[in-house]
Design a protein around this ligand. Structure first.
Ligand SMILES: Nc1nc2c(ncn2[C@@H]2O[C@H](COP(=O)(O)OP(=O)(O)O)[C@@H](O)[C@H]2O)c(=O)[nH]1
Ligand SMILES: [Mg+2]
Length: 369
């Protein structure tokens, strides 16, 4: 009897199961946990399953793998990392485009319109989102999928809302990882929607080849909350909703923004950003915007900026990852946790300078590592 349960305990099949010891020293297994274990085991899929699925362009499996990336469980995170590593050699062949602008400017509508056109030309489109506000609002900017009804019904389109929680850095890192999987699954155009509030643009800029800024006509820059820095990042500005009564106003805004762009310093890519008007409602100039993007890609591939920029982005993400990991290790260190509160309080009460407090904490961390 004892031998039999030992066998169960040691068997790979049951590894990790809790085996209770009976009163007369005979081990009895908990049947419910065996059942649950086997049920879970069925759901645990191998890295190979995900990688093969992604490379075979299976969208359901791609979605499942993205859920692993978004998971907080270390085991799933670990699996996600292995999947990303395996997909890496098959990634990189897309055009990555960031689409930004204030809420309501028409980003989702634009992506719907452009995406639908591009799918007709046999492209495969993935739409992702970076939404730093989602943590607070719990709503995701692509939650309004209704604006992308046509696109989301297409089999060559993949639309994934922003993960609902997490810091901007965390969400951005995940988005970068998701890009790799989408590319490995054969999506050749990646569109990343982000709200024009500042920080998120910098994160998006660091993962795209082309940065498109959408602007409303008839609303001042201040009203749109668009900072000069964001305009400087743009490879193209498109004035949206250039239809009906709005068309004239849009043309006027175009002239104004063109003038403003003249005053900006030369871009690192050597490309001269332009301003266009467009309408997602009437499809006006949507293909012109696309032509600009293609021209940009050709131009920057010729002068090598396209590749240099991607290399720089990889280096940036390497550093970002290290910085984030180090921060986590530091703040999760038990000694630091304890001392941090104390010194924070002391600094707040002017008993110690914040610099001195930081110095003490770093020294303590070095000692306790
Ligand atoms: N007239 C007109 N309305 C538009 C156009 N694009 C978007 N809209 C409207 O503007 C609102 C916000 O659009 P949405 O795409 O959700 O903006 P987002 O918040 O930037 O993603 C919606 O009511 C759209 O119907 C356009 O080209 N013309
Ligand atoms: Mg939107």
């Amino acid at each position: 009897m004892g031998k039999k349960t030992d066998h169960i305990e040691n068997s790979d099949k049951y590894k990790g199961l809790s085996v209770k010891k009976g009163s007369n020293n005979v081990k009895t297994t908990d049947e419910t946990s065996i059942k649950n274990f086997l049920k879970n085991k069925k759901n645990i899929k191998s890295v190979k399953y995900y990688v093969n699925g992604i490379l075979n362009k299976n969208i359901t499996i791609l979605s499942q793998a993205i859920t692993l990336i978004e998971s907080k469980l270390p085991e799933q995170q670990n699996k996600a990392q292995q999947i990303i590593e395996a997909c890496l050699p098959y990634s990189g062949k897309s055009i990555r485009i960031g689409v930004t602008g204030v809420p309501g400017v028409g980003k989702s509508s634009f992506i719907e319109s452009l995406g639908t056109n591009l799918i007709k030309q046999k492209n495969k489109i993935a739409v992702l989102a970076i939404d730093p506000s989602s943590e607070i609002s719990k709503g995701s900017i692509l939650g309004d999928k209704t604006r992308m009804e046509t696109l989301s019904a297409q089999k060559d389109a993949f639309i994934r809302p922003s993960p609902a929680a997490g810091s901007l850095g965390g969400v951005a890192k995940k988005t970068r990882e998701i890009i790799i999987l989408c590319e490995a699954a054969g999506f050749n155009i990646i569109l990343i929607e982000t709200v024009g509030v500042g920080q998120s643009e910098t994160a998006v800029k660091s993962m795209v080849d082309f940065f498109l800024l959408l602007m409303l006509s008839g609303a001042g820059d201040e009203l749109q909350g668009i900072k000069r820095g964001i305009m400087e990042m743009a490879d193209l500005i498109a004035i949206t909703k250039a239809d009906g009564n709005n068309k004239k106003k849009a043309e006027l805004a175009k002239a104004q923004y063109k003038n403003a762009l003249h005053l900006f310093p030369k871009t690192k890519s050597g490309w001269t950003p332009d301003v266009l008007t467009c309408s997602s409602l009437t499809n006006y100039n949507i293909s012109e915007v696309w032509n600009k993007i293609i021209n940009y890609v050709n131009y920057t591939k010729q002068n090598n900026y396209f590749y240099d920029n991607r290399n720089k982005q990889i280096k940036y993400w390497l550093q970002e990852s290290i910085n984030n990991s180090l921060k986590n290790i530091f703040y999760n260190n038990d000694n630091i946790k304890h001392k941090f509160k104390e010194l924070e309080e002391a600094a707040a009460n002017n008993k110690i300078s914040p610099f001195k407090a930081a110095d003490i904490l770093i020294k303590l961390f070095n000692q306790t590592k």
